[in-house]
Design a protein around this ligand. Structure first.
Ligand code: FAQ
Length: 333
């Protein structure tokens, strides 16, 4: 999507108080920051961290669903799932490209993922045990991803914001295919409906954890909000997700696995919203730190893909070199 020729031309900036004030003024005026614009080192670092983690989440996120492609019950479902997983690979590519414009290489980001240094979304460290999980992932995981990512379309960093516009359009299809799958199961046999309920039971709490730690424990939120990378806090987005999703569960005739879930008329400045139970933050941090049910399998699968793809990268580099030599010969001829 972006030429690597755009990569960080102005990496070294003298961060005087005047420079920092002028940079913040551009952010406050809702100007987009572009790859070759001077920017504070910490702004660059924050974006590389977040966009890199986001890219890793997309390509690790392909794994739980890819597991079910060969077992999809109909050709229609198989085609849709295949296209969805392929879209996720594409999202990873847009995001790695956006991160590369900040002066980091794809190899360096991959190395961080495979060594366990870089994080990726906690949600992808849970197993996909039944076909209904394909519905629950589309409905809940893509639903949560959209809630988080629509505001990122207005992020201050141009390449990230623009990548998010296309990603969100595709995520909407993903969410709808997941919800439609849940509708089919809920309108099916009692066993199918029970499968859908079991899936909701297992994916509900991990989906709420996708939004990150509560605001009081979110170390990056304040600065990222000041830089308009984040437009809403983790808790604000989590609340919006709960308020939107409970009604969708009602429509399916499924129960949210939270005995403390209750409508509260005073929430959201009097517009009403749901109170919900406590999130198990011990579980969240355990998964984030690499000890979830599937962390080891996910990283092993990414390592295998990287190693098995070595010949493709080598062939592409050899081809590029050959093209370069041919062009050089034509110029001198
Ligand atoms: N999992 O200070 P904060 C998708 C880390 S895409 C793991 O609040 P921040 C599409 C956080 O990185 C899903 N780690 O951090 C799809 C930080 O660690 P660090 C991914 C988490 O950045 C659907 C530390 O905790 N989406 O699903 C998580 O301000 C279906 C402190 O947290 C994005 O990446 C977590 N859930 O806010 C694909 C969206 N939460 O870096 C396939 C972009 C927090 O200091 C199938 N990212 N951490 O070591 C964001 O919006 C933000 O980075 C947040 C975290 C909101 C995730």
């Amino acid at each position: 999507m972006y030429s690597q020729g755009l990569n960080g031309q102005n990496l070294d900036v003298n961060e005087t108080p005047e420079f920092l004030a002028a940079f913040q003024a551009r952010i406050d005026a809702d100007e987009k920051i572009e790859p070759n614009d001077p920017m504070p080192a910490a702004y660059r670092k924050t974006l590389i961290r977040q966009i890199g983690q986001h890219a890793h989440s997309e390509i690790v996120g392909m794994l739980p669903e890819a597991n079910w492609i060969t077992r999809a019950p109909t050709l229609r479902r198989k085609t849709a799932l295949l296209a969805k997983v392929q879209d996720e690979g594409g999202h990873g590519l847009y995001l790695y490209s956006a991160a590369e414009t900040l002066g980091v290489s794809r190899e360096a980001m991959t190395e961080e993922l495979l060594s366990g240094k870089a994080k990726y979304s906690s949600i992808f460290n849970y197993p996909t045990l039944s076909w209904a999980d394909m519905g629950a992932i589309g409905w809940l995981v893509d639903g949560a991803a959209i809630m988080n990512q629509v505001p990122l379309c207005r992020c201050s960093y141009g390449p990230y914001a623009r990548a998010m516009i296309r990603v969100c359009k595709e995520e909407s299809f993903h969410q709808r295919q997941g919800y439609e799958l849940m509708i089919s199961l809920c309108n099916g046999t009692a066993a199918q409906k029970a499968m859908a309920q079991d899936s909701l039971n297992r994916w509900w709490w991990p989906s709420l954890m996708m939004f990150g730690p509560s605001d009081s424990d979110s170390q990056h939120s304040d600065q990222s909000t000041a830089w308009k990378i984040k437009r809403f806090t983790n808790d604000e987005l989590r609340q919006k997700f709960v308020d939107a999703t409970v009604k969708q569960a009602d429509h399916l005739g499924l129960s949210i696995p939270d005995p403390d879930l209750v409508w509260n008329e005073t929430k959201n400045d009097g517009q009403g919203g749901y109170d919900f139970g406590d999130i198990d933050w011990d579980e969240f941090w355990k998964v984030v730190k690499g000890h979830g049910p599937m962390n080891k399998d996910r990283i092993a699968a990414r390592k295998q893909a990287w190693e098995e793809g070595a010949w493709v990268r080598e062939a592409a580099l050899a081809y590029a070199e050959k093209q370069k030599q041919q062009t050089a010969q034509q110029v001198t001829a």
